[in-house]
Ligand binder design. Structure first.
Ligand code: NOJ
Length: 771
């Protein structure tokens, strides 16, 4: 077991500073001017030697899928004849070497680069995106990124399709699990942190990979949260809420951008010249590579903007989609398009240059085997234990867990007596890793049961029962199991399974029920119309509740769920998302109080699905609903309690924290100036612990309606029991301004409200005036 070398981590973490929300040019990983000039003239020289077909070959990113050897032979042949620029879905050095060998047999010996979905870990799997975001801990998130890069690069990989910074306000979307939640500022910080952690200062250095931020743009705003659906959005909302996280990742130096599958305002992103050239390159100064999403170029036909493959290839290349992910049409149609004059060679050259620059910056022209190394040094066992970073994974995972409820100090549990561990997810090693678990192996993951068993060995007795299937609906099981075995269905009747669980509960002092969604239920192509715990598991929970034993619900899921029943009936509830390889250990650490939970929700939890989209930074409307004085003609639902069940930023601890009022360094601020907002936080409970102090700002009167509050800063602090600390935030233009519909950043004078709190609902406020 390895712990990331502290010195390396410290140096890289220091680099992970806060991104600026201002529209600045990308510093990127741009080389010094002289080196950049040398790079460009080397690329010029190479391009002069390339045929049109060889240029087009560079624009093809091909997948290596498990399949018959004949298919691999075809691919190797394409590589040898210069028809492939890069590869994804290969994850071992021997496999990568064979492909690079083929590239070295091509006429110009242009090396391939190798990409993969390293989303929340590589061989060691960290918590899913929503879990990482729940930590609000940039050091921990950077550590997950560093470990991912080290492990991926040790397998010969060069580029990851991460971070995914799509803002989403709708829990029905399965891909919420991959992102960092609903908030622009938090997501921007995380995106920038991960880019720097993956790339370091030099993407050619060992232990680093290039980042490609996705999905550009606004994929998280698809209508009805139905995957791949359409986005239609006002320019204000686009600039203010949805675009900044991509910009933050690019400002942090992201080498790549993955283009979204969806259309925005009627234009599919893959064919959107405004998005890929005017905004991305001209306004934002992006100099890297754009990569289409899987098959997205041909999908332009079904979007209804291209008549045929040839049309689709033309639209995509002219819009600025450099690299085509697994579409055939760049290979078949770009050459005739250039020959007929429909596509300018300049469009091809621009894209080829972007691809070659990536390879140059990766050091592949100096040594095509730079990252893959010598065969003699290949690991004997790719999955060897000593290739994992378990200590890092456990530490990051426990920081990602959110305590939602804890009545009568049910938690932490004592390591004694008999504990019933019940539920279809309790012993699952596959689910605890979550989706997009890269090269992680389920058999190396620690289930919740295993974590609890190790923590209590020799001190307490565990009784296990599955209690229910994750879901009983055969149609849904078939859907979830189509491409991989996601849900194991027990052949016993629901009654028999519940009876067994109830028996185990009755014979125990406390029940820990591990329930929620299988990992495949919170994935790509996994949108749901409802967001409750499936009926089979609800029935189990009801039966467990009826035993009268203290009920601790451990949730495993990849989206906010509607948990009114669980909130009313559980004695304690812990949100664990999918916590990764070391999930079971981390969850045991929290359940037994060896770690005091400090996670905070990065997405609002609604009461019922009918409330969505429900998000904390909404506009006030002309008729805001006030729960203290509920009026009929206000913005509300009449058939259910309004407002969230758990607000954005919420999460409990085993200790309590008190907050003083907000102090401002001045009540009057001159234009261009800065002030300091401070609050004293006291750990008023019995245990040491961490919490997240959150800064929200409101511009109550502006030229356009502004949100009731917006997150503009946060600080995660550790306080010993009884300890107090003053926490301060600077407020300047970046915190006060906003983007208008033309993408201009404006700061308007007038009154501002400053909220400091431990979640987005309960915060103390002070005001100042900007002159
Ligand atoms: C499709 C997904 O939308 C994208 O996020 C992923 O990176 C690619 N497939 C490659 O696997």
């Amino acid at each position: 077991m390895k712990l990331l070398a502290a010195a390396v981590a410290a140096a890289l973490l220091a680099a992970c500073a806060q991104p600026s929300p201002q529209p600045l040019a990308s510093p990127g990983t741009a080389p010094a001017p002289q080196a950049a000039q040398a790079r460009e003239s080397d690329i010029d020289a190479l391009m002069q030697r390339m045929t049109l077909q060889e240029k087009i070959g560079q624009l093809r990113l091909r997948s290596v899928d498990a399949g018959p050897d004949a298919r691999k032979e075809v691919l190797l042949d394409e590589i040898r004849t210069g028809q492939v620029g890069a590869i994804f879905n290969t994850v071992t050095r021997p496999d990568i070497r064979v492909l690079q060998d083929a590239a070295m047999q091509s006429r110009l010996k242009i090396p391939l680069f190798f990409a993969y979905d390293v989303i929340h870990g590589h061989r060691t799997v960290f918590p899913i995106g929503l879990g990482l975001a729940s930590s609000w801990d940039m050091d921990a998130i950077a550590r997950s990124g560093r470990v991912s890069a080290i492990e991926a690069n040790a397998d010969g990989l060069n580029l990851t399709f991460s971070p995914m910074v799509d803002i989403s306000r709708d829990p029905r979307w399965g891909r919420n699990s991959e992102g960092y939640g609903e908030d622009t500022y938090l997501t921007s910080r995380i995106g920038a942190t991960l880019v720097k952690a993956y790339q370091g200062d030099d993407p050619s250095a060992p232990g680093t990979i290039m980042a490609s931020v996705k999905h550009f743009a606004m994929y998280g705003a698809i209508e009805g949260a139905r995957d791949y659906n359409t986005v239609d959005m006002s320019p204000q909302r686009m600039y203010q809420d949805y675009l900044p996280p991509y910009k933050a990742a690019i400002d942090a130096g992201a080498a790549g951008v993955m283009v979204a599958l969806n259309a925005v305002n009627g234009v599919p992103a893959t064919a959107d010249k405004w998005l890929l050239q005017d905004l991305l390159r001209k306004q934002w100064g992006f100099k890297g590579i754009t990569i289409s999403d899987h098959g997205a170029i041909l999908e332009l036909l079904r979007h209804g903007v291209a008549a045929d493959g040839r049309d689709a290839a033309r639209l995509a290349i002219q819009a600025g989609t450099d690299l085509s992910m697994n579409d055939k049409v760049y290979g078949t149609d770009l050459e005739p398009l250039v020959k007929s004059g429909e596509v300018a060679i300049a469009d091809i050259d621009r894209a080829v240059r972007d691809v070659l620059r990536v390879k140059y910056d990766l050091g592949l022209f100096r040594d095509a085997y730079r990252h893959v190394g010598r065969a003699a040094d290949d690991p004997a066992d790719n999955d060897a234990e000593n290739r994992l970073h378990r200590a890092d994974a456990r530490d990051v995972a426990r920081r990602s867990l959110v305590l939602l409820k804890n009545s009568a100090s049910t938690l932490p549990l004592r390591k004694q007596g008999t504990i019933a561990v019940i539920g279809p997810l309790a012993r699952s090693q596959r689910d605890v890793m979550g989706n997009w678990s890269a090269a992680g192996k389920a058999r190396q993951a620690v289930s919740v049961y295993q974590g609890l068993a190790e923590a209590t060995a020799g001190r307490a007795t565990l009784r296990y029962a599955k209690g229910a299937n994750v879901i009983d609906d055969a149609r849904i099981v078939t859907y979830l199991n189509e491409f991989e075995k996601d849900v194991e269905v027990d052949s016993r009747t629901p009654r028999a399974m519940i009876d067994e669980a109830v028996q185990a509960a009755r014979a125990s002092d406390v029940v820990v029920a591990v329930v929620g969604e299988s990992q495949g239920m919170a994935h790509e192509a996994s949108s749901r119309t409802d967001i409750v715990i499936p009926d089979s598991q609800r029935a189990l929970l009801r039966a467990l509740k009826a035993t009268g034993k203290p009920l601790v619900i451990v949730l495993m899921n990849g989206r906010p769920l509607a948990l009114e029943w669980e909130d009313a009936n559980a004695d304690a509830m812990l949100e664990t998302w999918y916590a990764g390889t070391e999930g079971g250990h981390a969850i045991a650490d929290v359940l037994f109080g060896d770690y005091n939970p400090s996670g905070k929700l990065p997405m609002t939890f609604p009461r019922v699905v009918g409330q969505v989209p429900l998000y904390y930074n909404h506009l006030n409307t002309g008729r805001p609903f006030d729960p203290a004085r509920p009026n009929k003609y206000t913005s509300r639902y009449f058939d259910h309690e309004n407002g969230p069940l758990y607000p954005f930023g919420y999460g409990l601890s085993y200790t309590t924290f008190d907050l003083s009022g907000v102090t401002l360094s001045t009540a009057q601020l001159a234009r261009g100036g800065k002030l300091t907002a401070s609050v004293t936080v006291r750990n008023s409970g019995q245990r040491d612990g961490e919490t997240v102090v959150q800064l929200y700002v409101q511009d109550p009167v502006a030229s356009i309606s502004r949100p009731v509050k917006e997150l503009k800063g946060f600080s995660k602090i550790f306080l010993k029991a009884g300890e107090s600390r003053v926490v301060s935030f600077e407020i300047g233009d970046a915190q006060m301004g906003f983007y208008d519909g033309q993408g201009r950043f404006n700061v308007e004078p007038g009154r501002f409200n400053v909220y400091l709190g431990l979640d987005s609902r309960d915060a103390n406020v002070a005001s100042f005036v900007l002159r």
